[in-house]
Design a protein around this ligand. Structure first.
Ligand code: OOG
Ligand code: MG
Length: 256
């Protein structure tokens, strides 16, 4: 821990204000020395502000679980962030781009927890707690100028979490090696679910470890985003559509 309480609170305010006023901010690392524990404390503070405004946590997300994302953003450590109900967009719904600073969209795979995961049990089997899987998309909107950030910056900023949409849930099945296609207007991003840690199910195991270390509860009904299989693309006033072979699709429409 390198940051005192006063600076921690100031940085929570700064990121919270950037999100609420839809304006970017400088990298925290420009002015402060921050370690990863500080970064997760700031993240918890930012999420607490949202809960204080009536939002509730409905899931968690992993970041940098694919080489495509690691290469795009220059960070190679898996990170975890928290999803609130205010971030959810219905499948097929319009999403007003004015809500975001500089949104990008990326293809995701979503898992659903049917039971609480007992993190105190060292041999807990998260796979047995998951009952459904679905195609999904995430809107990321870094609060940092030009989407440039360090590892601790992006953790503090709740891993750029800003929005997500989930398609039709299906009973859990093996979903490795499925082609993933994201269309955003004219642009197409292609990947495979195998890009997620070699098999997206590994994201679930990575999550158990991260959730224990960061004391993040994993509860029945929550959604887990396993991390993008392909690089994110800028979101435009057009239809974004993600399709995963065998799982179907999900779409949202950017509006101005
Ligand atoms: C950080 C979020 C990374 C993923 O799926 O890898 C992420 C960012 O790229 O801004 O959500
Ligand atoms: Mg993501």
């Amino acid at each position: 821990m390198l940051l005192d309480m006063i600076d921690t609170d100031r940085l929570i305010d700064r990121l919270d204000c950037a999100q609420q006023t839809v304006s970017d901010t400088r990298s925290l690392a420009d002015s402060h020395e921050i370690d990863i524990d500080d970064a997760y404390r700031i993240q918890n503070g930012v999420v607490s502000r949202r809960l204080g405004r009536g939002e509730s946590i409905i899931g968690v997300k992993l970041g940098f679980t694919s080489k495509a994302k690691m290469a795009q953003m220059g960070i190679s450590d898996v990170i975890v962030g928290q999803l609130t109900d205010a971030m959810q967009i219905g499948d097929g719904d319009d999403v007003d781009l004015a809500r975001f600073i500089h949104p990008k969209i990326e293809p995701e795979i979503a898992y659903r927890l049917a039971r609480d995961v007992d993190l105190a049990d060292p041999s807990v089997d998260i796979e047995s707690c998951v009952d459904a899987v679905a195609p999904a998309m995430e809107i990321i909107d870094s609060r940092y100028r030009d989407f440039r950030f360090t590892y601790t910056d992006v953790v503090a900023d709740n891993t750029s979490a800003a929005g997500f949409a989930i398609g039709q849930w299906r009973p859990i099945e093996e979903v490795n090696n499925r082609t993933v296609r994201l269309e955003m207007g004219e642009r197409i991003a292609l990947g495979s679910t195998a890009a997620i840690l070699g098999n997206p199910v590994r994201a679930l195991h990575a999550l158990v470890d991260m959730a224990r270390r960061r004391t993040i509860a994993l509860r029945a009904g929550q959604v887990i985003l396993a991390g993008a299989a392909a690089a994110a693309v800028p979101m435009t006033a057009d239809t974004a559509m993600c399709h995963i072979v065998g799982l179907g699709g999900v779409s949202v429409k950017g509006t101005k």
